[in-house]
Design a protein around this ligand. Structure first.
Ligand SMILES: NC(=O)c1ccc[n+]([C@@H]2O[C@H](COP(=O)([O-])OP(=O)(O)OC[C@H]3O[C@@H](n4cnc5c(N)ncnc54)[C@H](O)[C@@H]3O)[C@@H](O)[C@H]2O)c1
Length: 396
């Protein structure tokens, strides 16, 4: 597709005629992810025209009646309910979106799948590999479409990286080096939230941030066979409670295909707002990605023209009409943002539900959610044992 056609002259063009089927959406949770997902459902309906299915926001569930009613009004859901079971019982709902905290992933997601609804569940899939496996096993048995919301697979630059790796442009992969750093809980006076409570969250920076990067390691490089890990809690007591999850972790990972890597995450890094970065080095080149500059991919291709005196990393602006997902957006250089990863992700799921393609390999399904959880668990085991830990993955 030429840039001129898709870029400056095609905005608002009708791409197809005919009806688009609707899909009823029920969502659990209406805060951070609830807002991001709601924004995506609404945007898909007009920006990706014609969408695979047109989302209809049927009902949203929370605990507090007034607050969830306000969220329904704000996001455009027709109804607010204060028990998620009402979503499961609602036959107008075909897609169940679980944007609740980690302790609410298993029961509602399994119940929705067993009621015949397609399911989108936020990451980490479970609080442990055991719980994630159970969600995968029970959901897979129903035959519904399932997706674990690893949205960073849907950054255009990350998909481009995957395409380059699939095409062998980096050659044999030697290194994957990734870190995900935030700072938002560095104040010891920051109040207890569910993310500090192991019974709700399962783990800290590991499941919250590390799971994303572990998924990208698998998505881009391959399966992880064994790990060495170190987890740490620096601030164990908050004003209103005790923290029993990790603040940070470091790990050294081994890939099945012979690559080696490091993965780390922390929520105690002054100056790092949402700093997820990775670098991949192969026999033919390197790529570097920085989430805070998500429209860009740095690429170094050994031996490329104009030759050794002008060699170096080039900064590719991933906004060309033929770049991943750009058919829905703007003329090149008119950049997109973090929230658009959810548009791409949910569009991908709706396509699979509509019978046009599969969730895997470009999206993460519940097996991917489970496999990331096995790596997280192995990092915890290694930190406790002081030894490298092998990972054995279960199948259905
Ligand atoms: N993909 C991403 O980039 C990303 C980013 C942040 C969070 N997450 C994941 O999304 C999930 C939600 O995180 P968040 O940041 O939106 O959390 P949050 O605390 O902002 O929101 C949680 C929501 O769940 C609701 N809730 C809690 N208990 C409930 C219950 N019993 N019944 C009904 N609703 C209930 C809360 O009212 C709130 O609306 C977590 O699993 C988290 O790991 C993913």
């Amino acid at each position: 597709m030429s840039e001129a056609r898709v870029g400056f002259v095609t905005q608002g063009a009708a791409a197809a005629g005919g009806d688009v089927d609707e899909i009823g959406v029920g969502m659990l949770g209406y805060a951070f992810m609830g807002k991001a997902h709601s924004n995506a459902y609404r945007t898909i309906g007009y920006m990706t025209w014609p969408p695979p299915l047109r989302p209809v926001l049927v009902a949203v569930a929370g605990r507090d009646h007034d607050a969830v009613a306000e969220a329904a009004r704000r996001y455009g859901f027709a109804q607010a309910v204060s028990d998620w079971r009402a979503l499961i019982a609602d036959e107008r709902i075909t897609l169940f979106d679980n944007s609740g905290p980690n302790n609410l992933h298993a029961e509602p997601t399994i119940a929705a799948a067993e009621a015949g609804k397609h399911v989108l569940c936020e990451k980490p899939l479970g609080r442990s590999a055991e719980e994630a496996y159970e969600i995968w096993r029970r959901t897979a048995a129903t035959g519904v479409q399932q997706m674990c919301a690893f949205n960073y697979r849907f950054v255009p630059a990350v998909r481009l990286a995957r395409q380059m790796l699939e095409a062998g442009e980096l050659g044999e992969i030697y290194h994957f080096r990734a870190r995900y750093l935030q700072e938002w809980i560095i104040d010891p006076q920051f109040e207890m939230v569910w993310r500090f409570d192991k019974s709700v969250a399962g783990s800290g920076a590991l499941g919250d941030l590390g799971a994303h990067v572990i998924d990208l390691a698998r998505f881009l490089v391959g399966e992880i066979t064994d790990v060495s890990g170190l987890t740490r809690t620096f601030i164990t007591d908050r004003p209103d409670g005790h923290v029993d999850v990790d603040d940070a972790f470091e790990s050294v990972v081994n890939f099945e295909n012979g690559a080696m890597g490091t993965i780390e995450a922390s929520r105690l890094c002054h100056g790092r707002r949402n700093a997820m970065t990775f670098e991949i080095n192969g026999s033919k080149g390197s790529i570097v990605f920085d989430l805070e500059r998500l429209n860009e991919l740095q690429v170094y291709l050994a031996g490329s023209q104009p030759g050794p005196d002008a060699q170096g990393f080039r900064q590719v602006l991933v906004t060309e009409a033929n770049h991943p997902f750009w058919e829905w957006w703007w003329p090149h250089g008119h950049i997109i943002g973090w929230e658009h990863t959810f548009v791409h992700e949910i569009h991908h799921l709706l396509s699979a539900i509509a019978g046009n393609g599969e969730v895997r390999p470009y999206g993460a399904d519940f097996e991917d959610g489970y496999r990331a959880a096995e790596v997280c668990d192995a990092i915890v085991r290694s930190s406790e044992s002081g030894r490298r830990e092998e990972i054995s993955y279960r199948s259905l």
